[in-house]
Design a protein. Structure first.
Ligand SMILES: [Zn+2]
Length: 676
């Protein structure tokens, strides 16, 4: 039998109608829901929204299914491994309700096609995301398009649900978030994007595969094949498992240990990465990793890919251009060699680095990490042969710490992620929280309850709900707070311009949005402003060189925002989202359509205390980064202090430094000054 019977469906509707009320219940089949994320929370949540009676669901996720997801992401089966999460989740959940339409999208929510207009087509957005960056992006898009959002997150036994609506409640960015030290396990195996992902991979996965208990996956794979599941994928997984077996055997036999480190290296940093690369779908929205090669790193001929400055978020203190490969390296072996390596006794700054306090704090080159990988693998293999059954991570066990440091850094090189010193790895390696299915299930239920309140417009009933580790009071609720008046995201006035970025200039947009004012005192008309795209400053009152340039030449295109900040802090900030011209736009007409009426920014109260008092660190003149030749302009402190009352802009200055770019094509050079 496929799908529920007519009786079940009718019975469900009766109960839903009794609980939700006739009006809301009748509205759900037409309500357009965007569900972002089809992972731990997403699977639970999709099931809930389908069973509640929502009829029009768009489900978006950029990931593919990993074997390690299957213990909690219950819409997936073993045969689905390596397929799109969004597609499979939609396929599995659709039969739960015969009247549901689920539109799955395998993609990145930050792609330009998902612009303000696209977001505005939904009645409500539900976040089931596990990373801060994407959550902040969806928050901003919902604030810009004025669509209600329910935000959520889980970490182990803890969870949170927060309904958000522009001008009614706080937004996700009203209170700055501390950088989380924990994260779900599912990002570790296939698509790391931060140093901690690589550290956890080395510590919890690779170390166990090589030196831990024999985790034999072949039984599982046999079963899967018997059931006639995706033979090609099973073959790939079996090959991977077999290759680990060979390495494990080599590590345990005195005759082969000499070559075991090389075998292990080539397996995980070369052939496994090549296998991943062959799945082109995975790398449509991400930078693909680079396979490493043992011999050419060892003899100093390996070439690392040039790291491109990120197109949207150039981070000045990310990994420096990784052309330096380390000097030609003779592998240090034995503990004396490692001691030398970590103390940097061979390094250029030898004398200062040998100070006891700086031990372990030297950044290791690619060659250094290879040497450390070989040396620690040899030491761990010797311990197995001396009779230790299994070895697991202990931050105070130098052999395992060396291994995790080297393996994590090598993986970071392959994925173009910032590397960490041994000292930093020791600090970071201790902090992992498992993803717990029950927490995801509870949070998903709460998301639906808050979504229903938003759809009913029962704004007074909205609650910020926390799931906490207190058996007597597992749930705590807090009434919603009003927006933070200084929030740099939800206090901006949003508008949109439809345009052809190849033909429209920055000046046309800025002048068009400000309008002529006609003597009205409403914030329209010419005034002194600075213009940003994300963290890049594109113009200020003393510098309008870019006004004549097209948006495309400034790399300001569909889906991005131009932020217009009043120089005197008298008027609120206007954020202009860029969309595409309608298909019927006449060719001879100006290549842009301004909003009508023009946005009216609110008049701002001036801060009574000097904002610098609350700044952790202001960005004085000499810390401003200038990229490329820029002899025309002399900067004053004004740029650095623009709108520092806005927490998000203050944070941008604080965390990222201020980057002045004359052109989107400018590259960050090695000699840029790094703030911090
Ligand atoms: Zn806000």
């Amino acid at each position: 039998m496929s799908g529920p019977s007519k009786t079940t469906y009718t019975g469900r509707t009766v109960h839903a109608e009794a609980i939700l009320g006739r009006e809301l219940c009748a509205r759900l089949p037409q309500t357009k829901v965007l569900l972002v994320g089809a992972g731990g929370i997403g699977c639970e949540l999709l099931k809930n929204v389908v069973l509640t009676g929502f009829g029009n669901i768009t489900l978006l996720d950029l990931d593919t299914i990993d074997l390690s997801n299957l213990n909690r992401q219950f819409l997936f089966k073993k045969k689905d491994v390596k397929q799109s999460k969004a597609l499979i989740a939609a396929q599995t959940a659709a039969p739960f309700n015969p009247n549901v339409h689920i539109h799955p999208i395998h993609g990145n929510i930050k792609e330009p096609e998902f612009d303000i207009e696209w977001f505005a087509g939904f009645d409500i957005v539900l976040n089931a995301l596990d990373n801060l960056d994407a959550r902040r992006h969806v928050n901003k898009m919902c604030m810009a398009s004025n669509v209600p959002l329910v935000e959520s997150g889980t970490a182990g036994y803890l969870g949170q649900v927060q309904p958000l609506l522009k001008d009614r409640t706080e937004c996700f960015d009203c209170i700055p978030k501390p950088t989380p030290k924990t994260f779900p396990v599912c990002t570790i195996r296939s698509t790391p994007s931060q140093p901690i992902h690589c550290i956890v991979w080395a510590k919890s996965y690779l170390l166990g595969q090589l030196f831990g208990e024999d985790e034999d996956a072949s039984g599982e794979l046999d079963d899967a094949e018997k059931q006639g599941e995706n033979a090609q994928e099973i073959a790939t997984l079996r090959k991977e498992a077999q290759a680990f077996k060979a390495v494990r055997a080599a590590l345990r036999s005195p005759t082969t240990t000499g070559d075991a480190a090389r075998m292990a290296f080539q397996k995980v940093f070369n052939s496994d990465i090549r296998n991943l690369l062959s799945m082109a779908d995975m790398w449509r929205s991400r930078a693909p990793p680079l396979p490493l090669d043992f011999d050419s790193i060892n003899n100093g001929t390996f070439i690392l890919r040039e790291e491109l400055p990120s197109q949207t978020n150039a981070v000045p203190n990310g990994p420096s251009k990784a052309k330096a490969n380390g000097t030609k390296n003779n592998i240090a072996s034995g503990s004396r060699g490692v001691e030398k390596l970590l103390n940097g006794a061979n390094g250029a700054n030898g004398s200062t680095l040998t100070a006891a306090g700086l031990k372990d704090q030297r950044s290791l080159t690619l060659g250094d990490n290879l040497a450390l990988f070989v040396s620690s693998t040899d030491r761990l293999a010797a311990r197995l042969q001396a009779g230790e059954d299994t070895i697991s991570f202990d931050k105070d066990d130098d052999d395992t710490l060396d291994f995790v440091t080297a393996a994590a850094n090598l993986r970071s090189f392959a994925y173009t992620i910032e590397r960490k010193t041994r000292w930093e790895v020791k600090e970071m390696a201790g902090n992992i929280i498992p993803a717990i299915a029950t927490t995801n299930a509870i949070i998903s239920g709460l998301i639906v309850l808050q979504a229903l309140q938003l759809l009913r417009k029962s704004y007074d009933s909205l609650k910020n709900v926390h799931l906490q580790f207190k058996p007597s009071v597992p749930l705590s609720t807090i009434s919603m707070c009003p927006p933070n008046p200084n929030c740099g995201i939800c206090r901006d006035v949003y508008t949109k311009v439809l345009c052809d970025p190849a033909r429209v200039t920055l000046g046309e947009i800025v002048d068009g949005i400000l309008g002529d004012g006609e003597g009205k005192d409403d914030g329209t008309g010419k005034r002194e402003v600075s213009v940003y795209e994300d963290k890049r400053i594109l113009s200020d009152p003393d510098w309008d060189d870019n006004f004549e340039r097209t948006l495309e030449s400034l790399n300001v295109t569909r889906g991005k925002f131009l932020t217009i900040v009043d120089e005197d802090g008298e008027w609120g900030t206007i954020a202009v989202g860029l969309g595409v011209l309608p298909p019927n736009h006449p060719v001879e007409a100006p290549p842009f359509v301004l909003p009508s009426p023009l946005p009216l920014p609110p008049r701002k109260a001036r801060p009574s205390t000097p904002p610098s008092a609350t700044l952790k660190r202001s960005a004085p003149d000499d810390e401003i980064l200038e990229i490329g030749p820029s002899t025309k302009r002399a900067k004053t402190n004004d740029t650095a202090s623009i709108d520092i009352t806005s927490p998000s802009k203050k944070r941008r200055l604080d965390e990222d430094g201020l980057i002045l770019m004359e052109s989107a094509n400018d590259k960050l050079e090695d000699d840029v000054i790094e703030i911090d």
